[in-house]
Write a protein that binds this ligand. Sequence first.
Ligand SMILES: Nc1ncnc2c1ncn2[C@@H]1O[C@H](COP(=O)(O)OP(=O)(O)OP(=O)(O)O)[C@@H](O)[C@H]1O
Length: 314
Amino acid sequence: MSDWQEEQAIQFRDIVQRKPNFKMGPITLDIPKGFITAIVGPNGSGKSTLFRMILDLEKPQDGTVTVLDHPIGTGDDAPIKQRIGYLPEESLPHDDKLKAFEKARFNSCWYKNWDVNRYQELLLALQVNDNLPLGKMSKGMRRKCEFAIALAHAPDLLLLDEPSSGLDPLAWKSMIEILHRYMDPGDRTILMTSHIVEEVKRLADYIVFMAQGRVLGVYEKDELFSSWFTFFVSGEGLTSQMASRMPGQCGIESVGGQSFRITTSEAYQAEQWCETEGITILSKQALELDEIMSTLLLQDGISKRVHEARGKAR
Ligand SMILES: Nc1ncnc2c1ncn2[C@@H]1O[C@H](COP(=O)(O)OP(=O)(O)OP(=O)(O)O)[C@@H](O)[C@H]1O
């Protein structure tokens, strides 16, 4: 196997899935080993569907999923599942009657690397008592217990589907610290989904944007936030046609006279372009994650419409 393949924790290849009112793919996507990757996207994009495919809880109609160099769903997945921790978006109703420590005890029999001390430390850090039926806990208490249970066998790959759902700010902070410590050894991988901008900013090394069953883009976080800016510019004789030529331009708004607000995904090149063209940058502002997402969705909608129109014209 090549070095390139060994660097990937998860490889999705040509994944296609169809459900009533939903079509996914084809998706080809690599999740790098040793990093935290966050998948972000509107409700119903297919984020949880991808998670379920990793665990063979849902089979793609087409394509393959390879996890830690093991092709999923082609034989005995039990050894690879030993190396995965999973926190699903929704709690499992059939666990309701179990006390959290009973679920932990059950998992300790299954996972060879289960570490009871680690489990206790996690409960302590999250300030939660596991001596209650999961179904009688508050949403946040249950989330904390399930989080501790997902991490107690120190998995090589951790799948977190909206991990902070229901957590109070203090517990949220503890969770972020726990996850940073979990990554300390350097060879572990987290794949997570989140709708919380601050959480993605604090945790993710890589960000995958998804919408309507497709991947819109994969970005290294720091590069993403240093590339997407809105420039407020002005220049002698500056027209919207000229402004539209700014590198990476993905939105223009006239703000009167010869001034424009231009959004770009290539801030560095855009600044150089302004200098060359004699355009003054009055101010610039980095885009937030949700603003980048909106812009990508808008661009995707436009390119889809153009594609459809071309298809009809043929
Ligand atoms: N059990 C199911 N039966 C039929 N369709 C389903 C089922 N579960 C999910 N879907 C559909 O699959 C699509 C993708 O859902 P998925 O849960 O993967 O999205 P998501 O991106 O995780 O959304 P969210 O942000 O709301 O959690 C949706 O259109 C949803 O309606």
